[in-house]
Design a protein around this ligand. Structure first.
Ligand code: SF4
Ligand code: SF4
Length: 355
């Protein structure tokens, strides 16, 4: 009997989708520049040239918008697009005469051209209510509201260095590391529905999940359930995904916090973790005005005060955290900027169950 072939799944080979000039010169590029914000120009060793025009979208797109982008690719570009890691869309053309009509077609259809160099590129966000079962806010909505305000910084390149922003709709999972990040912050321990715990939750898994060992098995009304030591609980929400009856999301007590200074690249300085600088902001859809105001305050203070090529973390490193709080008009409390090395030993970093 013939062997059954394995079912391969995962990312398909990207070469089949590449623009022919990119495919022909794959790995053989000589130099590149940016003729204007949002346009990259690459020259290959073979002498071939390609222009990539980068545009922002509203992030979560309906099929009509995707068709419109594809029509623009067919009419004004050469039928090929790609998405960047920050979900900008790029159109490739091999003729410089096609760049200006393509830019005009995109902007007149509401897709701003930019996001290159020292701009505020598109904000990365987590999936939120569209795609996940534990979010405490609509991360993509906060992004849309903020990018509407920051449109001018997307289409020009006059920040000190590139600025990456992100939003995350829970505190524990796919949240992004960024120069400025907006992250959900729960402020009360989970509320337990004891009638459901025994039916829904694998209790040892939930107990092991807690980073500060605040959860214990308990019998409540004669049924196996769980209890939380509220003095220990740090309101992280890690128990909620494996045990939905431990509801942590709350319309009043789930807030938003701002973190700054994250950087993944090691250009000019080593990568840095971000730190929380503001907390307790209202989770206020559909425009989150308090969050947008605070992000803009931090962003424009950085823009005014940083030296050329300083990333936000480099700027804070140079002026020091006390000056950062002063300049951004932010109150400093003992709950911010946790630099305490002992937290490694304090937090539960193992999967052992503790009772
Ligand atoms: S950040 Fe959390 S809630 Fe949001 S999509 Fe990721 S896992 Fe889900
Ligand atoms: S997992 Fe987090 S939210 Fe749940 S009890 Fe432990 S500290 Fe509190």
């Amino acid at each position: 009997m013939a062997m059954r072939p394995p079912i391969e799944s995962g990312v398909p080979d990207n070469k089949q989708y590449l623009h022919p000039t990119l495919l022909k010169n794959y790995g053989n590029w000589k130099w590149h520049d940016r003729p204007r914000p949002g346009v990259l120009h690459h020259v290959a060793h073979s002498g071939d040239e390609v222009w990539s025009v980068r545009a922002g979208t509203q992030r979560q797109m309906d099929v009509y918008t995707i068709r419109k982008l594809c029509d623009i690719a067919d009419t004004f570009a050469e039928g090929h697009v790609r998405f960047t890691i920050r979900s900008n869309i790029e159109f490739m053309v091999s003729d410089p005469a096609k760049v200006a009509p393509l830019v005009e077609a995109l902007t007149s259809n509401g897709f701003p051209v930019g996001g290159t160099g020292n701009s505020v590129s598109m904000i990365a966000h987590t999936q939120g209510w569209l795609h996940c079962d534990i979010p405490g806010t609509d991360a993509s909505g906060a992004v849309k509201a903020l990018m509407d305000d920051l449109h001018a910084e997307f289409i020009r390149e006059d920040m000190p260095n590139r600025v990456h922003l992100s939003t995350s709709c829970c505190e524990i999972n796919c949240g992004g590391q960024a120069d400025i990040a907006i992250i959900v912050q729960h402020t009360k321990p989970p509320k337990i529905n004891h009638d459901l715990v025994a039916n829904v939750c694998e209790r040892p898994a939930v107990v092991a999940r807690c980073p500060v060992a605040a959860i214990r098995p308990a019998l409540v009304n004669g049924k196996p359930s769980l209890e939380v030591d509220e003095k220990k609980c740090i309101c992280c929400g890690a128990c909620y995904p494996p045990c939905p009856p431990m509801q942590i999301n709350d319309p009043e007590h789930s807030k938003l916090a701002i973190w700054v200074g994250g950087k993944n690249s090691n250009a000019r300085g080593k990568p840095t973790f971000m730190k929380m600088v503001a907390s307790g902001l209202p989770n206020n859809p559909p425009r989150w005005p308090e969050v947008s105001a605070m992000v803009k305050k931090i962003l424009y203070t950085y823009k005014e005060d940083a030296r050329s090529w300083e990333r936000l973390s480099d700027w804070v490193e140079r002026i020091g955290w006390p000056r950062f709080f002063e300049k951004c008009d932010l109150p400093f409390t003992k709950y911010l900027i946790d630099d305490w090395r002992g937290s490694r030993a304090n937090l539960n970093a193992s999967t052992h169950i503790r009772f």
